[in-house]
Write a protein that binds this ligand. Structure first.
Ligand SMILES: [Zn+2]
Length: 319
């Protein structure tokens, strides 16, 4: 008689029971081993992943067929899914960033993926950055296996599981991922927005930011302070441009920072700053000429403006 195999990858409890039966060890003991394993990997290992490792160490071959694997469309990803496979195209790739948390140094890199169904963020951590980053670029098609689906700032995103891999695919086709309309956007949505720029709001164009968290830095008595990080030795200028975006369903404010502006204007940040400081009014005229009345497919995220309470679209790049 043939019975269908339970979905162990997404059901760690069943997997624990299986390991317990096969090893003839009490479930309690297996549970403890799994917990220890997860602690050792400090959050990077799912419960199922840990159970697999424990089984392997106990000499048990779970022999779960890889033919059960299924590639999922990006818009089907749900918080908490484990060992997910996707096939997608890199829409944008951000430079690796170093950070420090609890006295430990780390590295992360954000990558935006899209397929025909939608768009999502992949975050690589530490050695994953060194391993995969050099081969990846905008437009590269990848197959990602054994990813975890997490929520960060109310947004679904992918991370590689401990056994996760990224494989480059020999594919160069362009796809048109689903774009959204202004009136379809909800708070926290990561989306592609096909709009026209109708206004460029003249402003300061850049602000002093904390190099750690990019928040605005306050300066008092020649000392710089970040609300989140405390005193900052050397603030970095961060570009900021505010635009009015419009399609046939409505209009909203768009906010563009460093990476977004470099993509939108096809110019380096340093050059933009230099031009801004040197050209005065002429700089704004050039910006308006480059942007107003032009259609753009913008990639970004919807956020509520803390001051106005209105939704705005934070532009991360061009699709
Ligand atoms: Zn900060």
């Amino acid at each position: 008689m043939e019975s269908s195999q339970p979905d162990y990858l997404n059901n760690p409890q069943q997997l624990l029971e299986l390991v317990s039966t096969r090893t003839k060890k009490p479930a309690q003991e297996i549970q403890e081993m799994v917990k220890e394993k997860m602690a050792k990997f400090s959050g990077m290992l799912s419960e199922s992943g840990a159970a697999f490792l424990v089984a392997k160490e106990l000499g048990i071959d779970l022999n779960l067929s890889t033919s059960l694997r299924q590639t999922r469309p990006l818009n089907a990803l749900k918080q908490g899914m484990q060992n997910v496979d996707v096939e997608a195209r890199i829409a944008s790739i951000f430079p690796p960033r170093e950070f420090e948390s609890n006295g430990r140094k780390g590295k992360l890199q954000n990558i935006t993926l899209h397929d025909a169904s939608g768009i999502t963020r992949l975050t690589l951590w530490n050695e994953q950055v060194d391993k995969y980053s050099p081969a990846l670029e905008k437009g590269t098609w990848v197959r990602i296996q054994n990813a975890l689906v997490k929520t960060f700032k109310e947004q679904i995103q992918l991370q590689l599981n401990y056994n996760g891999t990224i494989q480059k695919l020999e594919r160069a086709d362009l796809i048109m991922p689903q774009t959204r309309k202004v009136n379809e956007l909800n708070e926290g949505m990561h989306a592609l927005l096909k709009v026209e720029v109708t206004r460029v709001h003249k402003g300061k164009f850049y602000y002093s930011s904390c190099p750690q968290c990019k928040r605005k830095v306050e300066t008092m008595n020649e000392k710089h302070f970040c609300n989140a990080c405390g005193q900052v030795q050397e603030p970095t200028p961060r570009l900021l441009l505010s635009l009015q975006l419009e399609d046939d369903t409505g209009n909203m404010r768009g906010v563009v920072f460093d990476e977004g502006l470099e993509a939108l204007l096809a110019q380096k940040k340093e050059d933009l700053l230099k031009d801004f400081n040197a050209q005065g009014e002429a700089f704004w005229d050039t910006l308006k000429e480059q942007l107003i009345g032009k259609p753009f497919t913008l990639e970004g995220r919807t956020k509520k403006n803390a001051m106005s309470g209105e939704l705005e679209f934070q532009v991360k790049g061009l699709a």
